[in-house]
Design a protein around this ligand. Structure first.
Ligand SMILES: NC(=O)c1ccc[n+]([C@@H]2O[C@H](COP(=O)([O-])OP(=O)(O)OC[C@H]3O[C@@H](n4cnc5c(N)ncnc54)[C@H](O)[C@@H]3O)[C@@H](O)[C@H]2O)c1
Length: 329
């Protein structure tokens, strides 16, 4: 019987940093585009009260690991609690051994921000120095931090529908990013109009887009992160029409990214209006930004192989540093 390494949330915090995760997510986006992964589309079971069980299975063939993020997308009541709501069991594809069980919550926050940073790094202007964060929650804070690792960020504009969320995020970011000017904004337009990089990271569950194409500065880059179902969107069709659009994985983006799927269903755009997977840009097989004026957009709903790659990074580091608890399951 083999032993399994258990890594809890606290230890994940110690072992997985956004900065170190960026190159791993770049490799993962490339592997996804090259077909060096196996991945099933996300499956969900909805429950009364809003909790949804989500299963996100994938294999990272270069590391011989497979597994699934198993997580609750919390409804309103669950959001009030601090219970553990997800794990990633990680298996060896060759021996079948259960190598590790890793907390999923931190992985989700870190890998998402790191993925946006990896995409921004290939798409945004090299001199981008300001970021707008629309949605001042966990992803908003992590995205602000992540952008500072790939560009010399001098200003972060923060907006949220709840002023208290803006206040809390501003306080957090002032402590986390000394030397960066953090500005609270009263409207989304105010946050966006001077920003070189725009991250939409609200908990949007409806077709109620708030970001308008005409607000975007020439040469900006947008990371559209928060609308993760085919029926939800944060960005108006005017944004889709004004930007060069890239995504993480075509199959998932066409199904679960309402930002793109809704205007397609409405007949306002077609697949031909989108560039393709950002992994192809990283591989120099697809045109990225070609001048300082065009506006690029990375649409991400998050793919399961990112979770497996992040869990594997944690597993390797925990083993190296002799941390975590080994159990016979
Ligand atoms: N693309 C991905 O890979 C990925 C991964 C994880 C989470 N997400 C999504 O990112 C979003 C944010 O996650 P989080 O963990 O930061 O959530 P969170 O609850 O910590 O923060 C969300 C913030 O958005 C604000 N908000 C909600 N609706 C808004 C609206 N219409 N306009 C303005 N602000 C609004 C809330 O007040 C809150 O401050 C969620 O929708 C989540 O599903 C995406």
């Amino acid at each position: 019987m083999n032993k399994t390494l258990i890594v809890n949330r606290e230890l994940c915090t110690q072992l997985l940093s956004i900065k170190e995760c960026i190159p791993a997510m770049r490799d993962t986006l490339i592997a996804a585009t090259k077909g060096e992964i196996k991945m099933l589309q996300r499956q969900m079971i909805p429950h009364e009260g809003g909790n949804m069980l989500a299963l996100m299975p994938a294999s990272l063939l270069s590391k011989n690991v497979t597994g699934s993020k198993v997580i609750i997308f919390p409804g309103p009541e669950t959001k009030k609690t601090r219970t553990n709501q997800g794990v990633v069991p990680l298996f060896d594809t060759v021996t079948g051994a259960l190598l590790a069980i890793v907390d999923a919550e931190l992985i989700t926050v870190v890998r998402t921000a790191a993925t946006s940073a990896a995409a921004t790094d290939v798409l945004a202007r090299k001199d981008a120095s300001s970021v707008a964060i629309l949605g001042a929650g966990n992803q908003g804070k992590a995205h602000a931090e992540a952008m500072t690792y790939i560009r010399d960020i001098k200003t972060v504009y923060v907006w949220d529908m709840f002023p208290a969320a803006v206040e809390a995020a501003v306080e957090h970011l002032k402590a986390k990013l000394p030397g960066v000017e953090i500005i609270a904004c009263e409207t989304a337009e105010q946050a966006v109009k001077d920003a070189d990089i725009v991250c939409t990271v609200t908990a949007m569950k409806a077709d109620a887009p708030f970001l308008k194409g005409e607000w975007l500065k020439e040469g900006a880059h947008v990371n559209a992160v928060g609308a993760c179902s085919g029926n939800a969107r944060e960005i108006e069709t005017s944004v889709v029409k004004r930007c060069k659009i890239y995504y993480d994985w075509e199959e998932a983006a066409m199904r679960d990214a309402g930002d793109l799927a809704i205007p397609m269903r409405n007949g306002e755009v077609t697949m031909d209006d989108f560039m393709g997977e950002v992994g192809s840009v990283m591989l120099d097989k697809l045109e990225g930004r070609v001048n300082e004026q065009e506006i690029t957009l990375f649409e991400t709903i998050g793919i399961s192989v990112e979770d497996i790659a992040a869990a594997y990074q944690i597993y390797e580091k925990a083993k190296e540093q002799n941390l975590g608890v080994w159990l016979e399951i």
